[in-house]
Design a protein around this ligand. Structure first.
Ligand code: ADP
Ligand code: MG
Length: 853
C-alpha cells in the first residue's frame, strides 16, 4: 500500500455520504473543493504524483457554486480518478465515471481573423466609445456561438424562469436540456448574431441567397414527399407582387393547421432559387391579427432581432419571446454593480441598458457593430467580465500580501556587490526586472512575481542575483527546475558564477545515490548549503531548510499550484519568483496570472546571431537536408522534430521512430538519437546528456525536447509538418538552437495540406524572432486556451470579452480593479455594496474568489 493511500481515504466518507440514494445528498456538501485540495496537498507530500493531486483538485474546483447535476458529474469523475489510487468501497466502485476529467474550462478558440491587426489604437482618453470609427474597423470576426456553462447565480438573477414566466412545454424542455433555468441564464445569454427585420420587403424584392422578411398570405398548402423521402409541408405564400414556397421538412402535425388558406403572416428567412421555384426553407412565420398587426410586433419583426446560440432556427422565436419578457421585467431593475463614477468615467452604459440593447437593440444601432459585438452594450458586458476577473485576482493577491514575510536589504550597495560578480553587465531589460524584484524583496510582504522572457533572455541570471541578495542576508534560496538535466545545468552555471563568492551550491535530484541525498539533506537542514538547486525532489517531506528566504521556480507551467505551495511552505513566507519562457502577451498574463506581479525581459543579451528561419514545401525538402548535411560536416549538431500525431502516443512514437530511420539513412556517417514522450524521465535525460556531450550528432524527437537545455553546438533544427504546431510551440522549439556563437537555422517543412491560417502562421515564424510578437499572433489566431495550455491556465470562460480583441478594456479593468482594492480592500464602503453583491451573486463561482469580508 502506498503512503498516500490512507491520506486520500479521508475523501471517502463524504463521498459515500453524498452518493447515497443516487447522489441525493450532493447538495449538502460544503467546501468540498477545499477538502480535496488539502488532502491532495498532504498526499503529494506522501508521494502522490502532483499531477494526480492537481487533477483531483481541478475536478471539483468551484464545487460550491455548481448545480446539483454538475456536482454529481464532478463527483463521478472524482471517484473515477480515485479508483486507481485507493481501494474504493463497493458502493462507490460502480459510480466511477469513465469520462476523463476535463480541467479548467477555457474559452473556445475564436475563429481566425480575416485581416492582420490594425495598428494599435492609442488610448487618448479614458472614454471607451468616443472613437467609433476606430472600433468599426477592428478586423475581428464575431465570436462563435456559445451557451455559457452554468454559473452561480443568487439574488433576483437566480429566480427560476418557471413559474415566473409561462413557458410552452416544448420550449421548457429545450431550456432544461441546455441548463437555462433561471432569469440570469437568459439575461446573460448572449445573442450570437442579429437579423435585420426593420424593413419588410415585398415578395418580389426578396433576393435569392439573402435573408429577408415580407408580409404574405397563405394561398395553398401541399403535403408531399420530396428529396430523400422526407415528409415535407409546402406552403405557398403570395402578395401582390408574386409568390414563394415555404418548405418545412419533417413537420409536426400541428403546423399544418397553422397555415390556414387566406391567413396572413410575416415570413422571414433566406430565399433560395431552386428548380422548383423560389422557396424559403423553414421560414419563421408570424401570424398577423385581424387588424393587420402582428401579435409579436416589436419583438420578432419590424426591428433588429437577436439570434440565440444553441437554438435551431425554428426554435428562435420561442426563446426570443421569452428573452423579451425576461428583459422587459428584469433589465430595468437589475442592480448595476459598477460604482456610478467608474461607469460614467469610462462612458459605459448602465448594466440594464446594456442588457436591453444587447437583446433588443434600438433601430439606430449599426448592424455591423452588433454583429461584431462592438456596441457600447457589448463593451459594457465585456468590461464587466474582465473587471470582475481582475477584481477577484486583486483581492486574492491582497490576501497573500497581508501575511508578513521577509524584508531583504536590496539597497544600492548590496545590489552593486551582486552585480559585480557577474561576468557581464545586465541588459536593460534584465536590470528593469531585477529592480522590480528588488523592490518586492525589500518589502515585508512576500513577493509573488512572474518573470517572463524568451529562452536565453537571461532569466536565470536575474534569478541568481535575487538568490544572491537573499543569501547575503543570511537566508537560503531554492531553485526548482522540471527535469534533472535542467537542474544540473542550473547548478553548474550557478556554481560557476558563484565560485568566487564562496557560496555553497548544492544539487538535489531523484537519481542521486542514497548517500549523496543524505549528505545534501543534512547540509541543507544545517544551513550550510545556501543555494539548493533541484527537481521535484526538493518537495520531499524530509527536505528541510534551515532558513529558506527565496523560492525560484523555473518553467512555472510545468509545476502545479500545489507544488509551488509545498516548496513555499518549507520556509516562513519566503519570497517567490516563478519564471516562464512561454511568451504570453502581457494582457493575457494579466488575465490568467493576475494574482502574480509581472516582470518581462524583452531583449536578448548582446552578441547573439539571430536564428534564420525558412519555410520549405514538401518538394523542396531536399534543400533543407542539404543544409543539415553542411552543418554536420562542419562539426555542428542538429535537431529533427516530428509532430505529435492526433495525440495518440503510439503514432507519435511511430512517426518519430520512422523519422529516425529516415534520418539515419540520409546521414549514415553520423550518430542519430531518438527521444519521445513514452520514455521515462531518466531515459530522456540520458539521451539529452549524450546529445549535449556530442556522442550523438542528430537528435530526432517528438515535441519533448527538454525546455531550456543548452546545447550550444546544435545549430540547425528541422521541424517536420510544421503547420501542425502552434506558433508559440514552434518558437519554443526553435529556441533550442542559436545558443552558441555559430549562426543557426530553423527549417520548417510544411506538409501538403496547408491552410491559409497555417501559411500565415509559418510566415510569422520566418519574419520574426520576437517571442512576444509571436505569442500575440498566436493569441489572435488560436485564442488563449491553446496558448496557455488548457491545464494550467485557470482562466475562466469569458462569454463576451475576447482577450485578443479587448486588450484595451483589460488594461483599464485591471487598473481600475487594483485602484479599487487599494482604496477599499474589503469592499466595505457603502458605494461598493452592489459590487460586493455582484461578486457573490454572479461571479463567485466563476472566479473562485478570495473570501471577502
Ligand atoms: P534564460 O534562463 O532566460 O533561458 P539564461 O539566464 O540561461 O537565459 O541566459 C542565457 C545565456 O545568456 C547564458 O549562457 C547566460 O550566461 C548568458 N547571459 C545572460 N545574461 C547575459 C548578459 N547580460 N550579457 C551576456 N550574456 C548573458
Ligand atoms: Mg532558463
Amino acid at each position: 500500500m502506498s503512503a498516500y493511500q490512507p491520506i486520500l481515504e479521508a475523501l471517502l466518507p463524504p463521498l459515500r455520504y453524498a452518493a447515497r440514494d443516487g447522489f441525493a445528498h450532493v447538495g449538502t456538501l460544503k467546501a468540498f473543493d477545499a477538502l480535496v485540495l488539502q488532502v491532495g496537498q498532504k498526499a503529494t507530500r506522501a508521494g502522490l504524483p502532483a499531477e494526480s493531486a492537481n487533477r483531483l483538485a481541478s475536478v471539483v474546483k468551484g464545487f460550491d457554486a455548481m448545480s446539483a447535476p454538475a456536482r454529481t458529474a464532478a463527483l463521478k469523475v472524482l471517484i473515477g480518478e480515485l479508483k486507481p489510487l485507493v481501494t474504493l468501497p463497493p458502493e462507490l466502485e460502480p459510480l466511477a465515471s469513465l469520462t476523463k476529467s476535463v480541467v479548467a474550462p477555457v474559452p473556445e478558440p475564436k475563429p481566425a481573423r480575416a485581416k492582420p491587426a490594425a495598428t494599435k489604437r492609442a488610448p487618448k482618453t479614458q472614454k471607451l466609445f468616443e472613437e467609433d470609427e476606430a472600433q468599426a474597423d477592428a478586423p475581428y470576426a464575431i465570436a462563435p456561438p456559445k451557451v455559457p456553462t452554468q454559473q452561480s447565480l443568487r439574488g433576483p438573477l437566480a429566480t427560476p424562469l418557471e413559474p415566473t414566466f409561462r413557458i410552452h412545454p416544448r420550449l421548457a424542455a429545450l431550456l432544461k436540456k441546455k441548463g437555462l433555468q433561471r432569469v440570469g441564464d437568459i439575461l446573460f445569454l448572449m445573442p450570437r448574431g442579429y437579423e435585420d427585420r426593420r424593413q419588410l420587403a415585398t415578395l418580389s424584392q426578396l433576393v435569392p441567397g439573402e435573408r429577408g422578411s415580407a408580409v404574405a398570405e397563405v394561398r395553398r398548402v401541399d403535403e408531399g414527399f420530396k428529396g430523400r423521402g422526407r415528409r415535407t409541408l409546402k406552403v405557398i405564400f403570395a402578395d401582390a407582387t408574386g409568390s414563394i414556397a415555404g418548405t418545412f421538412f419533417n413537420y409536426a402535425p400541428w403546423m399544418k393547421s397553422r397555415f390556414a388558406v387566406g391567413k396572413k403572416f410575416i415570413i422571414s428567412g433566406e430565399l433560395r432559387a431552386t428548380s422548383y421555384g423560389r422557396e424559403m426553407a423553414h421560414p419563421e412565420a408570424e401570424p398577423l391579427d385581424e387588424g393587420g398587426q402582428s401579435a409579436g410586433a416589436n419583438v420578432h419583426f419590424e426591428r433588429i432581432v437577436p439570434l440565440y446560440p444553441g437554438f435551431e432556427r425554428g426554435e428562435q422565436r420561442g426563446i426570443r419571446d421569452l428573452a423579451h419578457r425576461v428583459v422587459a421585467r428584469f433589465a430595468p431593475t437589475i442592480e448595476d454593480p459598477l460604482p456610478e463614477s467608474l461607469r460614467t468615467g469610462l462612458g459605459l452604459p448602465s448594466l440594464g441598458d446594456a442588457l436591453q440593447q444587447i437583446h433588443f437593440p434600438s433601430d439606430d444601432v449599426p448592424l455591423d457593430a452588433l454583429q461584431r459585438w462592438a456596441t457600447p452594450g457589448h463593451r459594457r458586458l465585456a468590461f464587466d467580465e474582465l473587471f470582475f476577473l481582475q477584481l477577484g485576482l486583486s483581492l486574492r493577491r491582497q490576501d497573500v500580501k497581508v501575511e508578513p514575510g521577509i524584508s531583504f536589504d536590496t539597497g544600492p550597495r548590496k545590489l552593486q556587490g551582486v552585480l559585480e560578480r557577474l561576468p557581464w553587465p545586465l541588459t536593460k531589460a534584465q536590470r528593469r526586472a531585477l529592480d522590480e524584484i528588488c523592490q518586492d524583496m525589500s518589502k515585508p510582504e512576500p513577493m509573488n512575481r512572474l518573470l517572463q522572457g524568451d529562452v536565453g533572455s537571461g532569466k536565470t541570471a536575474v534569478s541568481l542575483c535575487a538568490a544572491m541578495l537573499a543569501i547575503e542576508a543570511g537566508y537560503q534560496a531554492a531553485v526548482m527546475a522540471p527535469t534533472e538535466i535542467l537542474a544540473e545545468q542550473h547548478a553548474r552555471n550557478m556554481q560557476q558564477l558563484l565560485l568566487k563568492a564562496g557560496v555553497e551550491v548544492g544539487l538535489l535530484t531523484g537519481s542521486q545515490s542514497a548517500k549523496e541525498k543524505r549528505e545534501a539533506r543534512t547540509r541543507l537542514a544545517m544551513g550550510r548549503m545556501q543555494l539548493a538547486v533541484g527537481t521535484h525532489a526538493l518537495l520531499e517531506d524530509d527536505i528541510q531548510f534551515a532558513k529558506l528566504g527565496l523560492v525560484v521556480i523555473d518553467e512555472q507551467h510545468r509545476f502545479g499550484v500545489m507544488q509551488r505551495a509545498v516548496l513555499r511552505d518549507k520556509g516562513a513566507m519566503p519570497d517567490v519568483l516563478v519564471m516562464t519562457a512561454t511568451p504570453i502577451p502581457r494582457t493575457l498574463a494579466m488575465a490568467a496570472y493576475g494574482d502574480l506581479d509581472l516582470s518581462v525581459i524583452d531583449e536578448l543579451p548582446p552578441g547573439r546571431t539571430p536564428i534564420a528561419t525558412r519555410v520549405f514545401g514538401e518538394k523542396s525538402r531536399e534543400h533543407a537536408w542539404e543544409l543539415v548535411g553542411r552543418e554536420l560536416e562542419a562539426g555542428r549538431q542538429a535537431y529533427v522534430v516530428y509532430p505529435l500525431v492526433e495525440e495518440s502516443e503510439k503514432s507519435d512514437l511511430q512517426s518519430a521512430t520512422e523519422g529516425a530511420d529516415l534520418v539515419q539513412a540520409a546521414f549514415p556517417g553520423f550518430h542519430v538519437g531518438l527521444i519521445h514522450g513514452r520514455m521515462k524521465a531518466e531515459q530522456k535525460d540520458a539521451v539529452m546528456r549524450a546529445f549535449r556531450d556530442k556522442e550523438l550528432h542528430i537528435l530526432v524527437s517528438t515535441t519533448v525536447i527538454e525546455v531550456g537545455v543548452d546545447v550550444p553546438n546544435a545549430t540547425v533544427m528541422v521541424i517536420e509538418s510544421a503547420e501542425r504546431f502552434g506558433l508559440s510551440q514552434l518558437h519554443q522549439l526553435r529556441g533550442r538552437v542559436g545558443r552558441g556563437q555559430h549562426a543557426s537555422h530553423c527549417l520548417l517543412i510544411a506538409g501538403y495540406a496547408r491552410s491559409e491560417v497555417s501559411k500565415e502562421r509559418l510566415a510569422v515564424m520566418a519574419a520574426t524572432n520576437d517571442g512576444f510578437v509571436i505569442a500575440q499572433k498566436d493569441l489572435e489566431l488560436r485564442g488563449p486556451g491553446e496558448l496557455l495550455g488548457t491545464r494550467q491556465s485557470g482562466l475562466p470562460e469569458l462569454a463576451v470579452a475576447n482577450l485578443a480583441r479587448d486588450q484595451d478594456l483589460l488594461a483599464i479593468a485591471r487598473r481600475e480593479a487594483l485602484a479599487l482594492v487599494e482604496r477599499d480592500g474589503r469592499l466595505a464602503k457603502p458605494e461598493h455594496a452592489p459590487l460586493r453583491r455582484a461578486l457573490e451573486e454572479r461571479w463567485e463561482g466563476k472566479l473562485a474568489l478570495a473570501k471577502i469580508g
